[in-house]
Design a protein around this ligand. Structure first.
Ligand code: BES
Ligand code: MN
Ligand code: ZN
Length: 463
């Protein structure tokens, strides 16, 4: 069907002054009564994965109202990484979420790739599908309004998403009994109690070649009002996104399992709703984190680090993780520093940081390493507890994303640890290449790419 050019392409491209820029799409109705309704030509720029993501997203968006799309990739000479990037982006750009009573029907049902070497490229396409599915699942979790999205709902959704894997959910009673004082304190202001979701994947036949046990920790605040340190309405509007890190680790685990990667991965989601009420924690309270560290809570809106601290300490003490990576919509300062398309990365281990930077570049989810400035650590000293949860605002110390990271580091027990602050990247204000408006699912692609790379090179152990 696609054997001969369906329209005179050269003429069309010249008429439209096509430049071939990545993502540029030129369309023409199919003349005559051929089988195709419309023919599109898409620019692939310099042919790098980044350019192919723009191309995949561009062509998928332009085809939204068609029932099916066939893409002839034979001229483009793509390798597996290129096909993966193109496919992943086309699928990701086709994502939609609606709660409209009468939504417009979603037209695009199938995308067919026409290649000359299907057998060789099939694994890349399979991985693209796994990652796009997992990202869509993460976006669904983020986009679900908090009216429905309670910590318990999130635990159920995780169990459904991760069918076939081991999922253990601790309820508020178990959390109190076992000493998860941060999750309990943040959750106690809500009528909808907190949960700790623990999901794990073990490869069929066990993990091979001395691969590290990786623990991914996600912030799962299902709504962040700030608690008694109440946010203004403006600041609260998008706070259903505050479980974006949790969604990312759940999505990543789904992708890892679908790809059957030979590595053991555990996902922890510390889920709570941060509400003000008569039972809420107060500024000035001192809480006891998992493992015993005491924290003076001077601002109840710095709640993410409190729930994460419990989960990180648990990953260290009980799971004895080889590598801990947490991901969280943690600080409003993050998008101020890096904008909305680059996450902040903090890392205690240079080798791990280099791996994560490489995975960020390869996957299209940008991250930039920021320093754990040792001199700023004193900002988190408390006169009455082991730590305080914010620096003294009167001192105008700045560096809020750094001090938050330094706080979390205290709980990692000196293990290889990284922290991704996705306060900016977790949500997008607009459709933008492969990202769609609303929850982005940021982290699924980056973390999956990192785990894939760990599995691909037998000697490259996380330090
Ligand atoms: N969830 C917010 C951070 C956030 C802000 C994410 C904007 C996405 C967009 C976090 O819990 C928070 O409130 N952080 C405070 C910390 C402060 C009180 C030290 C912040 O950044 O203002
Ligand atoms: Mn907050
Ligand atoms: Zn928050």
């Amino acid at each position: 069907m696609l054997g001969s050019p369906p329209v005179e392409l050269d003429g069309l491209l010249a008429r439209e002054k096509a430049k071939g820029d990545a993502g540029e799409v030129i369309g023409s109705p199919q003349p005559g009564d051929g089988p195709l309704e419309r023919v599109l030509a898409v620019g692939i720029g310099d042919g790098t994965p980044a350019a192919l993501r723009k191309a995949g997203a561009g062509v998928a968006r332009r085809s939204k109202s068609a029932a099916s799309l066939a893409v002839d990739l034979r001229q483009a000479g793509l390798d597996a990484a290129g096909v993966r990037a193109f496919t992943e982006a086309a699928l990701l750009a086709s994502y939609g979420f609606t709660r409209k009573e009468k939504p417009e029907p979603r037209a695009l049902q199938t995308i067919t790739l026409v290649v000359s070497d299907a057998k060789r490229l099939q694994p890349a396409v399979d991985r693209a599908i796994a990652v796009a599915r997992a990202t869509a699942a993460a976006r669904d979790l983020v986009n679900t309004p908090s009216l429905d999205k309670t910590p318990d709902w999130l635990a159920d959704a995780a169990t459904t998403l991760l069918k076939g894997l081991t999922v253990k959910v601790r309820d508020e009673k178990a959390l109190a009994k076992e000493g998860f004082g941060g999750i309990v304190a943040v959750g106690q202001g809500s009528t909808r109690p907190p949960r700790l979701i623990e999901a794990s994947y073990e490869p069929p036949g066990g993990s091979k070649g001395g691969k590290p046990h990786v623990v991914l920790v996600g912030k799962g605040i299902t709504f962040d009002t700030g608690g008694l340190s109440l946010k203004p309405n403006e600041g609260m509007l998008a706070m259903k996104t505050d479980m974006g890190g949790g969604a990312a680790v759940l999505g990543t685990l789904r992708a890892v399992a679908d790809m059957k990667l030979p590595i053991k991965v555990t996902a922890l989601v510390a889920a709570a709703e941060n509400m003000p009420s008569g039972s809420a924690q107060r500024p000035g309270d001192v809480i006891r984190q998992y493992g015993g560290t005491t924290v003076e809570v001077l601002n109840t809106d710095a709640e993410g680090r409190l729930v994460l601290a419990d989960a990180i300490a648990y990953a260290d003490r009980d799971l004895k993780a080889d590598v801990i990576i947490d991901i969280a919509t943690l600080t409003g300062a993050m998008p101020v520093a890096l904008g909305k398309k680059t996450a902040g990365m903090f890392c205690s281990d240079d080798a791990l940081a280099a791996q994560l930077s490489a995975a960020a570049d390869a996957s299209g989810e940008r991250a930039w390493r920021l320093p754990l400035v040792e001199d700023y650590r004193v900002a988190m000293d408390s006169p009455i507890a082991d730590l305080r949860n914010i620096g003294d605002p009167r001192k105008k110390l700045g560096g809020g994303s750094i001090t938050a990271a330094l706080f979390l580091r205290e709980f990692a027990g000196g293990r290889s640890w990284a922290h991704l602050d996705i306060a900016g990247t977790g949500r997008s204000d607009a459709d933008d290449d492969e990202v769609t408006k609303g929850g982005t699912g940021y982290g699924v692609r980056l973390l999956t790419a990192w785990l894939e790379a760990l599995c691909a090179s037998p000697k490259r152990k996380a330090a």
